[in-house]
Design a protein around this ligand. Structure first.
Ligand code: SF4
Ligand code: SF4
Length: 283
């Protein structure tokens, strides 16, 4: 009789790390063995580690936000390659729909070229605002609770060691606050989201700083931001920074005051909106 496998690969864009981590933490707490590229595996190990783990695991989750698939039109895009491998290997593919993701949206459907167009045939899991835990229960009970045959391809010992390192690093991440997780952070700046005119974008409220104006503050110097000790080191803010001012520090992520220009030319600091725990504040 076929067994129900509890091995899962999570495929995601780095900007969606908080979501991948929250899914990882939920499934791990329910006895699943998860692999996701938590600490950025080098391209040299990509084939062996990433592709090997997709082949070795029964279930393949794709974290779908509006911006997640936008680079998939490029045949070399790694997210595309992961999904294509899962399709080739006939994994149990479950797209996780976040932030109102919709395959029918023109900006998304145009990315689903070639083999990738098959992704929309899979039954995705809706994760409505405020119902993350309920969605995870549905994921476990309906989407992952199916017997699969012949899904195991042994992983070499060297790859297994990398898997354990990634799991160990992910296990040390603080628990993603469920209250925040149930309210999706505004992650990514992809094609769908970016259609919102800048004048209509959500403007953060930071005392003493008028983000509705592009004018420099009265002091004449550009304001800068800092990251507080509440940072959970999810890394989501780093790729959003147009000046490359955000870096991983020994305990939390840090913003270089010498580089940060407060997102001059933008109508809001790009890092603030994305932070799932609201720990980026005015310096
Ligand atoms: S305010 Fe802008 S420039 Fe400064 S750290 Fe945030 S994203 Fe980077
Ligand atoms: S500042 Fe916020 S978005 Fe950046 S790494 Fe820390 S928790 Fe993540």
């Amino acid at each position: 009789m076929p067994r129900v496998e509890k091995t899962v690969f999570i495929s995601y864009r780095r900007a969606n790390l908080p979501w991948a981590l929250a899914i990882y933490q939920n499934l791990t707490a329910h006895g699943y063995d998860i692999f996701f590229d938590y600490e950025s595996i080098g391209s040299g190990d990509f084939e062996q580690v990433i592709i090997g783990n997709i082949r070795a695991r029964a279930h393949f989750l794709v974290v779908c936000t509006p911006s997640a698939l936008e680079r998939c039109g490029n045949p070399g895009d790694w997210l595309r390659r992961e999904i294509e491998t899962a399709l080739d290997e006939k994994r149990n593919i479950v797209p996780i729909f976040l932030e109102g993701f919709d395959f029918a949206h023109p900006a998304i459907s145009k990315c689903l070229t070639g083999k990738l167009s098959n992704l929309q045939k899979y039954n995705g899991l809706d994760t409505p605002n405020g119902y993350f835990n309920e969605a995870m229960t549905r994921l476990r009970e309906r989407y992952l609770n199916i017997p699969l045959e012949a899904v195991l391809h042994p992983i070499p010992e060297t790859v297994q060691r990398i898997v354990q390192r990634q799991q160990s690093a992910a296990n040390q991440a603080p628990a993603t606050p469920v209250g925040r997780t149930s309210i999706p952070p505004t992650i990514g700046s992809g094609s769908v989201k970016s259609k919102t005119p800048a004048s209509q974008a959500r403007v953060p409220s930071i005392p003493g700083w008028d983000f509705t104006s592009r004018a420099k503050p009265a002091t004449g110097s550009a304001p800068v931001m800092k990251i507080t000790e509440d940072c959970i080191s999810c890394g989501a803010c780093q790729p959003e920074c147009p000046t490359n001012a955000i870096h991983e520090g020994p305990e939390t992520y840090l913003i270089s005051p010498k580089i940060c220009d407060g997102c001059k030319g933008y109508n809001a600091p790009q890092c603030v909106d994305i932070c799932p725990v609201d720990c980026i504040v005015r310096a």
